[in-house]
Design a protein around this ligand. Structure first.
Ligand code: ADP
Ligand code: MG
Length: 726
């Protein structure tokens, strides 16, 4: 399809001189609504697809191409083969079928130098006005036969200019197929794109410096965008896609590298060194030897704490891998340096549990410590706050919401944030700077940060999304862990499963029953869940003490139910929520997950980690319909391995990063083209290149980085503070 030029219009001003600042070119910023063939109605549909401007439009790529072969003569057509034919309309007949309800039929006879053929459309009233005798059409479809004539039924059609030399049309073609939306069909999108593509590409800027394009053998941005919509051959598409994916990855890597560099230059934390004496004193607190993994991450953390550069470290470790111990180690190093440490948990239950396990290790210690949650009595809270403000409290465990809003620490050295409930959505708020009182000269002083997550995050993901965090991984569980047997349960096996649960409860164990709610706020769903509790209590597990936990309960109601379960006043906890996955009830040895197929694998793996925490072997029963299909294949992975990283990789491959991480909430734009599973090699290259660029030109001030910088600003605007890139 020849693109529609706009000869009358003046060329967009030439803007691409390096060093003249960000490129502003009218065509790219033009709202699509004012394009030919787009009105308010279509503009609305396009907006729903995320397309507002021409720049957005040209980045909306076809997802496949239809190969139309070179035109052939009517004489040479072969039955049942796809064919392109160019011919002149000899006659047009349009008629309604039998009665009012039959299909309408449009019959056209086409002729070329070698013969005649019939072209038939059913129910294509929109064509009957447009096809007229004498026109030259290019049609593409599968060849059939009708009477003594060859025939194409419902072919793709295009009108050619009858003055053209037929030789000009003598080529095959790749027709882009765009994902349709609403009443906007692929063909219409194709026409809209084609109408501006050349004009837009002519002024599109090239953010990548020339040496990078050469080094990575990448086509220019304009060439790549053109090839994505209108490739000459299918082979052109891969390098074009690669180029655009690389650009996305490079920008992301640059953003995280710059942010990291900014923090390194502009923020200072109190150095918290560890002596051998302190090390031994801390280790004596633990009734076991630390594992190899724990020791390794402790070395990493200790080295960070000793520096004035603020630590921003992500501590990853599967459920039960012993993160709390590592966190406490870091906390005690801080206290040994006469600095305060805050441990933030997302919920009251988790905060209480952290506090309880820390109490266990710190029994008899002189460390001044307290727990602060919404349930802390007013007087006690005031007392604690005063002590903290006077610097007479060393270690504070509390809920994130509470501590972030109400507390003033005079000498905060370390903040530990437990994020384990969120499946790895790291809160950026944790990187917020909390200036230390009384330290107003020099760079702003901030505490060190340690963020704990139980979601094993595949390396490719943590590099892109958390590229500015250092990552420590506890990759081995402490010894003596009881195995968890995971099994898939079909509807037919359910009675057996429930009797297994009854047997466990009869022998004094406790059980979790997890019931997924798609939308926790949905009253209907909640009703279903409540009914399910009744069914569990009365039909499936009669005579047991059953409690319900769901997301719409008030905080203190939740905490009460949890406490009842922890203290074994309940045998069964039916939970419609995953909020409380950090809970640690060693006596719970069996878990039933209903509709297991509705969860992501990583979420299930986390849930499963609630059992197997005591001295008895545990079981996780995944109830799900059917054994076939993708859902079952995914669940099988869970039955076969307890390696959280393997499971996360599988999740990433099967469902993509958005699902696994909730990256959208994270504030980073999703990739349009790059794919973190397939483009790992590109990602590594982008990371190297980003590091090199920042090393050579940290402020991106050189002329050949101007466009790159503008692009970074445009893309990340306020998502991340590229503060230094002024
Ligand atoms: P996480 O927070 O990573 O889920 P925890 O720190 O709660 O894991 O540890 C889980 C359990 O393992 C706790 O009961 C803890 O006492 C125990 N544990 C931790 N480290 C060790 C170790 N090195 N040896 C034996 N047991 C350990
Ligand atoms: Mg823990």
């Amino acid at each position: 399809m020849a693109s529609v030029g706009n000869p009358g219009q003046q060329r967009p001003e030439n803007v691409s001189q390096a060093g003249t600042g960000p490129i502003r070119s009218s065509i790219l910023e033009r709202p699509v609504q004012f394009l030919r063939g787009v009105g308010p109605h279509r503009a609305k549909i396009l907006a729903e697809m995320g397309i507002q401007t021409v720049a957005d439009l040209v980045m909306y790529f076809p997802f496949r191409f239809e190969e139309q072969p070179r035109p052939q003569t009517i004489e040479s057509l072969r039955l049942d083969e796809p064919a392109t034919v160019i011919g002149r309309v000899e006659s047009v007949k349009s008629r309604r079928g039998c009665g009012r309800f039959g299909p309408s039929v449009l019959n056209v006879i086409l002729r070329d130098g070698t013969g005649r053929m019939r072209v038939t459309w059913f129910n294509a009233d929109y064509l009957s006005d447009r096809i007229q005798r004498g026109q030259v059409l290019r049609v593409f479809g599968k060849v059939g036969v009708e009477g003594d004539l060859g025939q194409l039924t419902n072919p793709k059609v295009e009108w050619l200019d009858s003055d053209d030399d037929p030789a000009d049309w003598d080529f095959g073609r790749l027709v882009p197929i765009y994902r349709a939306c609403g009443h906007l069909a692929s063909g219409q999108i194709a026409r809209i794109v084609a109408s501006v593509l050349d004009e837009a590409v002519a002024v599109i800027s090239e953010p990548l410096p020339a040496w990078l394009l050469r080094r990575r053998e990448l086509p220019s941005r304009g060439t790549a965008i053109t090839a994505m919509h209108r490739p000459q051959t299918l082979e052109e598409i891969a390098p074009a896609r690669r180029r655009l994916a690389y650009e996305e990855l490079l920008l992301m890597q640059l953003a995280v590298t710059l942010r990291r560099g900014w923090a390194a230059r502009n923020l200072q934390a109190p150095p918290l060194p560890t002596s051998e004496k302190v090390n031994l004193r801390i280790r004596r607190r633990f009734p076991f030897a630390l594992t190899e993994s724990q020791n390794r991450v402790i070395r990493e953390i200790v080295a960070d704490l000793a520096r004035t550069r603020p630590m921003t470290r992500l501590l990853q470790g599967d459920v039960g891998s012993g993160k709390t111990v590592v966190a406490l180690y870091a906390a005690l190093v801080t206290v040994a340096n006469h600095r305060q440490c805050a441990i933030l948990a997302p919920t009251e239950v988790l905060a209480s549990q952290h506090h309880a396990s820390i109490e266990k290790y710190l029994a008899g210690s002189r460390v001044r410590r307290c727990l602060l949650t919404g349930r802390t009595a007013k007087a006690a809270r005031r007392q604690a706050l005063d002590a903290i403000a006077r610097g007479e409290m060393d270690l504070v465990v509390g809920t994130q919401a509470l501590l972030e809003t109400t507390i003033c620490f005079p000498s905060l050295g370390l903040v530990i944030v437990d994020e384990q409930h969120k499946f790895g959505v790291i809160q950026r708020a944790t990187l917020k700077n909390t200036p230390l009182a009384g330290e107003t000269t020099g760079p702003p002083a901030v505490p060190h940060y340690l963020v704990m997550t139980a979601t094993p995050i595949p390396r490719t993901l943590s590099m892109t999304v958390f590229g500015d965090l250092d990552v420590s991984v506890i990759d081995k569980l402490p010894p003596g862990r009881q195995p968890i047997t995971t099994r898939m349960i079909t509807p037919r096996q359910e009675p057996d499963a429930w009797s297994a649960v009854r047997r466990r409860i009869a022998s004094g164990d406790q059980a979790y029953v997890v019931y997924p709610l798609v939308e926790e706020s949905d009253a209907l769903d909640l009703k279903a869940a409540t009914a399910e509790v009744d069914r569990v209590a009365h039909e499936l597990l009669p005579g047991t003490r059953v409690g319900l936990l769901h997301g719409r309960m008030k905080k203190h109601e939740k905490a009460t139910v949890m406490q009842d379960f922890i203290e074994h006043r309940l045998d069964v906890l039916v939970s419609t929520t995953v909020i409380e996955v950090g809970v640690d009830v060693p006596n719970a040895t069996i878990m039933v997950v209903q509709h297991a197929e509705r969860y992501g694998l990583s979420a299930l793996h986390q849930l499963r980690g609630r059992v197997g925490r005591g001295s008895k072997p545990s079981a996780c029963l995944l109830m799900s319909e059917g054994r076939g299909g993708l859902a079952a294949r995914r669940l099988k992975v869970l039955c076969q391995t307890t390696d959280g990283f393997k499971i996360a990789e599988e999740d990433l491959a099967l469902r993509g990063p958005g699902e696994l991480l909730g990256t959208r909430q994270h504030g980073f734009p999703e990739f349009l083209v790059a794919n973190l599973v397939e483009d790992v090699d590109l990602l590594m290259k982008a990371r190297d290149d980003a590091a090199r660029i920042v090393r050579e030109d940290a402020g991106l001030r050189r002329p050949h980085h101007v466009v790159l910088k503008a692009e970074l600003r445009r893309k990340f605007r306020d998502k991340i503070a590229l503060i230094d890139v002024g």
